[in-house]
Ligand binder design. Structure first.
Ligand SMILES: Cc1cc2nc3c(=O)[nH]c(=O)nc-3n(C[C@H](O)[C@H](O)[C@H](O)COP(=O)(O)OP(=O)(O)OC[C@H]3O[C@@H](n4cnc5c(N)ncnc54)[C@H](O)[C@@H]3O)c2cc1C
Length: 398
């Protein structure tokens, strides 16, 4: 018996887009993600890697390029549907593909047509915010969680205003998604403007400029299709017009970025949780022990139902938050954080339960569950450790 689809109110267009996204997840993302998982980080991004084929196919679907003229709530509905399917296919690739549109998204947010042309939605971008000495510190950008009496150490990356240019020096952390391969960056870093203002700033930076180098792609436990690595800046000059915002608006823009990033993670990892549930359900119907399919054993039944209700609950929250934030002038960061934490924790819990239902087979690389489990584990640190995000969220409620 199929699991009921509770999306009773999808329009015909939404249903068709869901079908396209699901087909892409089944035929392209899932097999490519499994193949890339077995490669070294260098092989994942080598010129002949299947990653590039996935990226090109995704760009042809136009999923990163539908915001400009549509109603924001209609866009948010589509994003929920698409992101869940991408996360169902492969979470590492889902993050790589979604993050690619980050510079274009910022240019669109400030309605800067020149930047929109120079940083188009089909580019391969990244979000460079965290630094070797500032991981959680950058996520807690308003310094709400500083320990009393302490202060942050010196920034690892700084942009200094010089006339009508900024000169960027320093580096971003090894965790920048798409860092080794991105052609452009949405760079969030310490800033001194030409007129003496100090604080944070956001810049769009082409990554082929003189003075930019990359670190080795990171070797990691999960989401291995997502290439991550450092970006180094040695006296890199960009025009001042590449600035999205300076110190005065940094808090506001970073709040909004974190809303988008956490909202996106919420949607993607509902898909990852659903993938683990689907696989466990299928396996439980087929695997016979004690003379019957294991789904007939009471403890397996109870476990499966817990997984089912957690996936539905995470989706309900994640969609509710996305639609609210799309409809509101000032999105609710605490709600986006709640969605991110709920979905990623759900993906991890459901993947862990799925692995248990698979028994010994769950621990084997011959089956897809151990990979989903590793992918989900990473998500609880990605875009902010869940416990730090919870502190930031609570400060908004206090
Ligand atoms: C898969 C993945 C993708 C990522 N993508 C990007 C990206 O695209 N761009 C980018 O710039 N970065 C990216 N990151 C980096 C990510 O945002 C950071 O890893 C995360 O914010 C944590 O920072 P950290 O690793 O330096 O850990 P730390 O900040 O050193 O934290 C270590 C531990 O200390 C705890 N801790 C730290 N500070 C506090 C505090 N104030 N109060 C309480 N507890 C605290 C944390 O909860 C954690 O358990 C990514 C990371 C991963 C894993």
């Amino acid at each position: 018996m199929p699991v009921p689809n509770l999306d009773f109110d999808l329009s015909e267009d939404e249903r068709q887009i869901k079908d396209v996204a699901h087909r892409f997840a089944v035929e392209v993302l899932r097999p490519a993600g499994q193949a890339l998982d077995k490669l070294t980080p260098d092989e994942v991004i080598a010129p002949d890697s299947i990653f590039w084929d996935v990226f090109n196919q995704y760009q042809r679907l136009g999923f990163n390029d539908m915001d400009a003229e549509m109603d924001p709530v209609a866009v948010a509905r589509l994003r929920c549907i698409i992101s869940e399917e991408l996360g169902w296919g492969d979470s590492g690739l889902a993050v790589a593909l979604s993050t690619a549109g980050m510079p274009a998204l910022l240019a669109t947010m400030v309605a800067n047509t020149e930047l929109m042309e120079r940083f188009p939605a089909n580019d391969l971008g990244c979000w460079a915010i965290t630094e070797p000495n500032h991981g959680s510190d950058m996520i807690d950008f308003n310094n709400r969680e500083l320990v009393a009496g302490s202060e942050h150490s010196k920034p690892n990356c700084i942009a200094r205003g010089e006339g009508d240019e900024f000169v960027i020096s320093g580096q971003k952390s090894a965790w920048v998604s798409n860092g080794p391969i991105a052609r452009s960056a949405a760079l969030y870093c310490a800033t001194e403007t030409a007129d003496g203002l100090r604080g944070g700033g956001i810049f769009l930076v082409p990554l082929d400029l003189e003075g930019i180098t990359r670190g080795q792609p990171l070797k990691k436990i999960g989401q291995r299709a997502l290439s991550q690595g450092e970006i180094f800046f040695d006296q890199v000059r960009i025009p001042a017009s590449n600035m999205i915002c300076g110190p005065n608006d940094y808090g506001l823009f970073t709040d909004m970025t974190l809303c988008m990033a956490n909202g996106g993670m919420g949607m993607i990892f509902v898909g990852t949780a659903r993938a683990a549930f689907d696989l466990a359900l299928e396996y439980a119907r087929e695997r016979v022990q004690g003379g019957v399919p294991i789904i007939q054993h009471q403890s397996v039944k109870a476990r499966l139902f817990t997984m089912y209700r957690k996936v539905e609950a995470a989706r309900a929250l994640s969609r509710r938050v996305s639609l609210y934030n799309a409809a509101s002038e000032m999105p609710a960061l605490e709600a986006a954080i709640a969605a991110k934490i709920t979905s990623t924790q759900t993906a991890f819990d459901v993947a862990s339960d799925a692995l248990q239902i698979f028994g010994g087979a769950g621990t084997s690389q011959e089956y897809p569950i151990e990979k989903i489990f590793r992918d989900a584990r990473v998500s609880m640190v990605e875009d902010g450790c869940n416990e730090v995000l919870a502190l930031v969220g609570t400060d908004r409620l206090a």
